[in-house]
Design a protein around this ligand. Structure first.
Ligand code: G6Q
Length: 544
């Protein structure tokens, strides 16, 4: 049993924040900017190559002071230290949370139960590098002696979303002679479409699964095996065309993959925090080991900042606290993530898992039910596409949607005026969301009276802008670590376990139970509710 922490809503800083919000509710960002000509530079912070402008959030110095007081009351500093110390802060699974060790430099030390885990991490990285060299040089041959040209990562959730996102994000740095594909869904279409134009003799599958028991991944891996054997014959082909990333050596061996071709990680790496572990093997194959190391350095730079920077200048802490402010005081239910970079098109999907699987919780560490909102819904699309679709609601809808804008000063693909146009949109959007357009301004433009209300923008919509120099492997690492630690900051304030995922476990068990019933003869007795029974019966009809 964990000791009961004081309820969040009873904390002095929480109560003070409520009173403060009552006073600030009617204050417009226009006033906040008008009263402080340096606000735009003052409410900003920088670390690990990322510049965070939070001046367009609906906060004052007073708000920030109270949020930092709340962080102190919730023991944020102690929790950060506990994570880096290897304490078992994932209490419901009794696990340490040490993804920061995945990017700790060789020679440094992070201990778990008195053992430095960094050498183990570096050893796996070394094996990944050797494997990457062999694939990229053509030294590793397929069953027929041909070199590998296609890599298919099979995995789901944390064993898919990070690798897909990182591959897309860093595609500019990738080896274009290698084709990378990702199969996650148990829907057969995913596998069939991903492999239809690939030659099995030149294809390598990476079966990525921490547990090596996940239904979707195991089913896709079996289909991949059948696909390979159908084309290349003999059972020995598996050794040449399959490698595994897992913590379950026994399961890997049972599947027929030589454990010499298994890349391990550890139970102290959560699935959604694993893209920089061996789960990132596909990333390393795509971008090469030097770029992968550079990405790890970016992660580490943000880790160090999070661990050591004063909380008032600490980017993940500020972002996390602003999220709490928007969720619990402004009443926002969602956050839009809007990368103005096409390469980050999968970043919102990646963040959905990171944020919602981590903080979508209804009880605190000690099992008490919360009486406040926890993790909001994250969603988003790359700009400028979103502007021609859902931004309408963000500008003129009836609910507050705080937005994170992400942009880069230098393009990777310079093309005419494209980048200036892209960036002009970032700046224009955040300006319009903050300041809006009053009826007077609309009228002054010559708008007829009847149309004025439709063209008024209230403004006062909170946004943050993250601006970096260029999308590099290191920038991506820093960006991911920024969100990882801001999620942890929020989880600490809300008092939840940001590192378990019992909702996911439930889904895994439920499907296993019903699949047997679907494969039984049509008449077999069902014992679900009447709706589920009827749906199953309809599905089982033999005329499908
Ligand atoms: C992540 C979750 C979940 C997990 C997948 C895949 O934090 O635990 O998304 O990554 O369910 O699990 P395996 O890697 O064990 O197949």
């Amino acid at each position: 049993m964990n000791e009961k922490a004081p309820a969040l809503t009873a904390r002095p800083a929480w109560k003070a924040l409520h009173a403060h919000w009552d006073a600030l509710r009617g204050v417009h960002l226009r006033d906040l900017f008008a009263n402080d000509e340096h606000r735009g530079e003052r409410l900003a912070a920088e670390a690990a190559g990322l510049y965070l402008d939070y001046s367009k959030q609906r906060v004052t110095d007073g708000t920030l002071g109270l949020l930092l007081a709340l962080a102190a009351e919730c023991g944020l500093r102690e929790r950060i230290d506990a994570m880096f110390r290897g304490d078992r802060i994932n209490v419901s699974e009794k696990r340490a949370v040490l993804h920061v060790a995945l990017r700790a430099p060789a020679g440094s030390s992070l201990t778990l139960d008195g053992l430095n885990v960094v050498p183990q991490v570096q050893a796996v990285l070394g094996r990944m590098e050797e494997f990457t060299r062999r694939i990229r040089s053509g030294d590793w041959k397929g069953h027929t002696g041909r070199r590998i040209r296609n890599i298919v990562n099979i995995g789901i959730g944390g064993s898919d979303l990070g690798p897909v996102m990182a591959y897309e994000a860093l595609r500019w740095y990738s080896e274009r002679d290698l084709t990378l594909r990702f199969v996650s869904n148990v829907d057969g279409t995913d596998f069939v479409e991903a492999t239809r134009d690939l030659d099995p003799a030149e294809t390598l599958f990476i079966v990525s699964s921490k547990t090596f028991t996940t239904l979707e991944t195991m089913t896709n891996a079996q289909s991949a095996r059948a696909w390979t054997l159908a084309a290349l014959g003999s059972d020995t082909t598996v050794a040449k065309h399959f490698v595994a990333v897992s913590t379950n050596a026994e399961g890997v061996a049972k599947f027929g993959i030589d454990t010499a071709n298994m890349f391990g990680f550890w139970d102290w790496v959560g699935g959604r925090y694993s893209m920089d572990s061996a789960i990132g093997l596909s990333t390393m194959l795509a971008i090469g080991s030097q770029h992968f190391r550079a990405m790890l350095e970016g992660f580490h730079a943000m880790d160090e900042h999070f661990r050591t920077a004063p909380l008032e200048r600490n980017l993940p802490v500020l972002m996390g606290l602003l999220g709490v402010w928007n969720t619990n005081f402004l009443g926002a239910r969602t956050v839009a993530v809007l990368p103005y970079d096409q390469y980050l098109k999968r970043f919102p999907a990646y963040l959905q898992q990171l944020t919602m699987e981590s903080n979508g919780k209804h009880v605190t560490l000690d099992g008490s039910t919360v009486d406040y909102q926890t993790g909001p819904v994250y969603w988003g699309e790359p700009g400028t596409n979103g502007q021609h679709s859902f931004y309408q609601l963000i500008h003129q809808g009836t609910q507050a949607v705080p937005c994170d804008f992400i942009a880069f000063r230098k393009p990777l693909n310079a093309l005419g005026r494209h980048h200036d146009l892209l960036m002009a949109n970032v700046f224009a959007q955040t300006e319009a969301l903050a300041f809006g357009k009053t009826a007077e301004q609309v009228k002054a433009e010559g708008t007829p009276d009847w149309l004025v209300p439709h063209r008024v923008f209230a403004g006062n919509r909170p946004t943050s802008t993250i601006l970096a120099d260029q999308l590099t492997p290191a920038t991506l690492g820093a960006l991911v670590a920024l969100y990882e630690h801001s999620v942890f900051t929020q989880g600490t304030i809300w008092g939840v376990d940001s590192f378990d995922q019992w909702g996911v476990e439930l889904g895994k068990a439920l499907a296993q139970r019903i699949v047997g019933e679907l494969e039984e003869p049509a008449g077999a007795k069902l014992a679900h509710d009447s709706s589920t029974n009827a749906l199953i019966k309809r599905y089982r009809r033999t005329d499908r």
